[in-house]
Design a protein around this ligand. Sequence first.
Ligand SMILES: [Ca+2]
Length: 348
Amino acid sequence: MIRALFITFLSGVLISTSAFAQRVVEDNPVPFEIWLEEFKAEALGEGISRDTLDVAFEGLVLNEKVVELDRRQPEFTQTSKEYIRVRVSETRVKNGIKRMAESKPVLDPAAKDIGVQKRFIAAIWGMETNYGAYTGNYNIIRSLMTLAYDMRRRTFFRKELMKALVILEEGHIEPDKMIGSWAGAMGQGQFMPTSFFAYAYDMDGDGRKDIWTNEADVFGSIGNYLKRHTWHENQTWGREVKMPDDMGARQALVDLTHEPNPPRSCKRALSAHSKKYSLTQWQEMGVRNLDGSDLPQAIGAGIEATLLMPGGIDGPAYLTYQNFRTILTYNCSNLYALGVSLLSDRLK
Ligand SMILES: [Ca+2]
C-alpha cells in the first residue's frame, strides 16, 4: 500500500520507499486516495472545473523525493564569504550582462513602467533561476499535493495547491508546463501560487500571467513584487562601508547601535541588523565609504540605514537602505539579499 503510493521510476529503476515517505503515509489518519477525493470535492466547490482536476491530477502519485527534500533541508554551514563567492560568481555576472542585453527590448520598458531599476530585476532573476536557465523540473501539482497530504505543513500547502489549480483553471499556463522547484516555487522568478495571485503581472497584456516562458511577464512580475513591497526607485540597496580601524571603537559602535526589538516580519534576518540611523548620523559615528571618503550627505542625508556585518566584527560591513528590506521580503535571508544587492551592483 505505502509502496504503491510512492512508486516512482527513474531511468527504469524502481526506487524503494524511504523511511521518510513511509512516515508521511503512516502519520496521516486518512488514506491518500480518500484524502484526494475529499480535496477534489472541495476544489469543485471552489469553482475548479472537473476537466481541470482530471488533467491536473491524472496519474499523479505522492512524490517521495519531495518528502525527502522537505525533511532533509540542509543546515546552513556556508560562511558569508563563500556564499557570495558562489552566488555572485564571475560566470553569473557575465551571464547576467549577456542576458540583460538579449532581453533589453523587453526588460528596459518593463523596468521603466513598473518603476524598479532593471539591474535589481535581473539580479533576482539571476539568483532565483540563473536568468531563467533553471526553473526546476518538478510537477507543481504533484509537489504541492504531496506536501498538502503530509501532516507537517498541510494547511499552508493545501492553500497553495488550491491556488495552483486556480492558475490552471484561468489558463495562465498549460498543465504540462506548470513546473518549478520541489516545494512549489514556480517559473523564472520562483513565485509560490499565493504570491502569483498577489504579485504576478501581465506585462505584455495578453490576458495571461505567464511567469514560466514569457519574459515580459517574468520581469513585470518580479518588478511588481518589489514595487508592492515599498521599493524606492531613486535609491540603491545600500553600500559596503568602512568601520573604525580600532577594534574597541568598532565594537562600541556595534553595541551602541544594537537593535533589541527587530520587526516581527522577517525577524530572523532583521535581528542581525542595527537600529536605523540617517547617513549623517552614521558619518558622525565614524562610518565611512569603503575608500575612506565621507558618506553621501547632500542627497543621502535623509536616507536611513541599518548596519549589517554578516561575517562578524572582523568581516565586511554594509549600510542597508529600505530596498534591502524589500529584497528580504522575497527571501528572508541576509545573505540572499546581499547576493542580490552585490550582483545588482555588478550588473549596473
Ligand atoms: Ca502575459
